[in-house]
Design a protein around this ligand. Sequence first.
Ligand SMILES: Cc1cc2nc3c(=O)[nH]c(=O)nc-3n(C[C@H](O)[C@H](O)[C@H](O)COP(=O)(O)OP(=O)(O)OC[C@H]3O[C@@H](n4cnc5c(N)ncnc54)[C@H](O)[C@@H]3O)c2cc1C
Length: 501
Amino acid sequence: MPNSHIKRLVIVGGGTAGWITAAVMSRMLNKTLDITLVESPNISSVGVGEATIPPILILNNALGIDNADFMRKTNATIKLGIEFENWKHKDHSYMHAFGKFGNDFPFCGFEQLWLRGRNTGDSTDFWDYSLNYQAAIEGKFAPLDTIPNTELQGLIHAYHFDAGLYANYLRSFSEQRGVTRIEGHIEQVKQDSENGFITSLQLENGEQVEGDLFIDCSGFRGLLIEQTLQAGYNDWSHWLPCDRAVAVQSKAEYPIQPYTKATAHESGWQWRIPLTERTGNGLVYCSQYLDADQAQDQLLENLNSQATTEPKHLRFLTGRRRSQWLKNCVAIGLSSGFLEPLESTSIHLIQTAAIRLLKLFPHNGVKQSEVDEFNRQSQQEFEHIRDFIILHYHATERDDSEFWRYCNNMSIPDTLKHKIDLFRDTGKVQNPTEALFSDVGWHQIMIGQGIMPTDYHPLANAMSQAQLTEYHRNLKAIFQQVVKKLPTHQSFLNKVHGTAH
Ligand SMILES: Cc1cc2nc3c(=O)[nH]c(=O)nc-3n(C[C@H](O)[C@H](O)[C@H](O)COP(=O)(O)OP(=O)(O)OC[C@H]3O[C@@H](n4cnc5c(N)ncnc54)[C@H](O)[C@@H]3O)c2cc1C
């Protein structure tokens, strides 16, 4: 079995993970693979993943998706960043804005120039140099790759979309490319008696679905990877203690804002994700400090518009499956682990896992070296994102509740401690080249949460003080002028969706 050719791919689950995997595999490998997706009529998908990050555009491009068509079919809006309200302390907010800040010098990031300015009395805000931030707070958007007549980056965006419509969209995409969908509940998973490889799935109607490689997209339950193969789980809840969420939809608010909002509460935080026809809301919280009824009340009290659905309660355990690929089973999506949605990274993790599998595809049979490489890369990626999310909770001045006192005083991973110390001492960020969150992403969360470097790089001294002041003034003026001329996000949406809000 381990050395036999992989010809039959079986995907278990028809949520976002199942359909992204089916779409990637059918687009790239449909000539060599027979792809089947099984989804249960009895178990609905989790359905809450609606905010994305910019690499979603890489996926859309790779799949050959027309973005306007995609937006119309998924009720999508534009996302330029995430606003974090009350995280550093109450009545404070900052944004993790996508894209670059200012303009980098060779070997010297813009933040060093800003830090030098700050050390010498310039009080301009770091976010004055983010085009994305300036456009987001003004509610502006148009596709803009670069700022005309300059080398400056334009707007970098992602999408908010309806999770159910997104799954339908990718389902139709995949079925058009030959994926066979079976609606059936898997009752039993059969394994080879010698090596434990999965051989087939037995459905409740008695049907057998055989395969060579199985992708577990069955959600938190991990039907294949955990319930069958017992891969084990690294529990990270001591660093990320939120373990519940309650979600509700509410009426759309026009004009629609082009960013996600994450508002910290006493024992967790609340998301607001604006879509064209409704708003998605949810409270992520720690059950040790808040019960489900209190969480629901808190969520409903803090809605900006009338609720339109019944609140839906969810449980989760932050962490990662010890092996995301084990034998002939690869876990993708919630079955592979979960990092809470603060930075909208789960759909991204599905995308990268599907592409990683594509790159390491075991067409000649499962090789342990390939499995190890997949697991190594996945672990690195999960831990990088884990540290980034912990930073938001840990680096806070809040001490107004048990929850925040715990987060503030808890021990943190050594990797994150090193990052914080390095930034505080020198203004530098140590980041692997392939890391999801770029240096400027880390700068924003560090500064936004109140970690301010005491030094800056001497390369920032290349300009005279007068040149530096002029440089900052020019950049700020360019961004302000560009934003002034941009159309509103709402008018962009009206054009794409044919609406008149
Ligand atoms: C509170 C919360 C908020 C989130 N917000 C975001 C966000 O803003 N952005 C983001 O990127 N991600 C977010 N996520 C994560 C995102 O929702 C998931 O990553 C995404 O929906 C993928 O889920 P999935 O497909 O792995 O699992 P699911 O959606 O749970 O799908 C599981 C599938 O497996 C099938 N299945 C299960 N058992 C069987 C069986 N026995 N037989 C046959 N089929 C079976 C089910 O029918 C279903 O189709 C959030 C998650 C939570 C919990």
